[in-house]
Design a protein around this ligand. Structure first.
Ligand code: PDD
Length: 293
């Protein structure tokens, strides 16, 4: 039998099943914590600096400092990913405010953060599934106004995703004040008359690492692009809709609220971007820019 997978918890690597946190952890009691999901293609973490900088920003926004230096995080990732050599994986990390014996909304003055990370195999992208595309529904965005913080308080996201599943859809696009903001766990792009559009970063959405890469790749390829609000009518009339995330990569949406998007199959621009994205991943796998830009 193979060894049980190891997780990282507060400076130690231990079998995942033995890694646990006390019931008085503020991450559990208050959702007082932030997280990251870092894909590792062929075992090599993707855009690590970007993920760690976003972690720094999430922590700063809740008045915490990163308990680990970036190099220390990189070593943790290396130790975790080497358990599944060469495989595509998804690294999860979380930093909570920490454990405190008294349950109080007041943040204790002295408290040691809880730091954990683990990795899980991510099935390699299935090109056939990718070219079938996604079905999505729209739902009202009932989340708070600091969606730029990658906080673990994800109940609204989880319920949106559950509603999507209930309606036979893969994801929900969230609508706030008449504008499409992002998916429950993904960023949103549309193609409208040849123009690639994504909502600008703001406190209403997560500044996605995949989103940034798509913008970079589009700029390099000379694809006309704009960062602008996407009204519901514009979403409904879009020639193409894409959702991006560390786990979904760049996914084409082929059905929106029971209506086909474009001709109901992934569009030309998506094909082009997916190709660019896969080529970028391949470069990483081959060890070019191993530690990412
Ligand atoms: N979620 N928006 C939301 C609300 C998200 O939860 C995510 C990612 C994204 C895309 O961000 P990125 O490209 O950096 O993964 C946008 C992760 C994958 C999750 O919660 O599992």
């Amino acid at each position: 039998m193979s060894d049980p997978p190891l997780a990282y918890l507060n400076g130690e690597f231990l079998p995942r099943d033995e890694a646990s946190v006390p019931i008085t952890d503020r991450g559990l009691l208050f959702g007082d914590s932030v997280y990251e999901v870092v894909p590792a293609y062929g075992g090599i973490p993707f855009r690590v600096t970007h993920h760690l900088e976003r972690l720094d920003r999430s922590l700063a926004a809740i008045g915490m400092q990163n308990p680990l230096a970036h190099d220390a995080w990189r070593s943790v990732f290396e130790r975790l990913t080497e358990q599944l050599p060469g495989e595509d994986q998804s690294i999860y990390l979380q930093v909570t405010r920490g454990v405190h014996p008294i349950r109080s909304h007041v943040i204790p003055e002295t408290i040691t953060p809880t730091v954990l990370a683990f990795t899980a195999a991510q099935p390699p992208r299935d090109p056939q599934a990718a070219s079938r595309g996604l079905k999505v529904i729209t739902l009202e965005d009932i989340r708070w106004h600091r969606c730029d913080i990658k906080a673990t308080t994800l109940l609204a996201n989880v319920l949106a995703r559950a509603q999507a599943s209930k309606e036979g859809a893969d994801e929900a696009i969230l609508i706030r004040d008449g504008a499409a903001v992002e998916g429950s766990a993904s960023n949103l792009f549309i193609v409208s008359n040849g123009l690639l559009i994504t909502p600008p970063n703001s406190k209403e959405l997560l500044p996605g690492i995949t989103r940034d890469l798509v913008l970079e790749l589009a700029a390099q390829a000379g694809i006309p692009l704009a960062q602008a609000q996407i009204g519901v009518a514009e979403l409904e009339a879009a020639d193409e809709i894409w959702l991006t995330s560390s786990t979904r990569e760049v996914s084409a949406v082929v059905q929106l609220n029971d209506q086909p998007v474009g001709d109901g199959t992934p569009g030309e621009r998506w094909r082009q971007m997916d190709h660019l994205f896969q080529a970028y991943k391949e470069q990483l796998r081959r060890g070019v820019d191993r530690h990412g830009p």
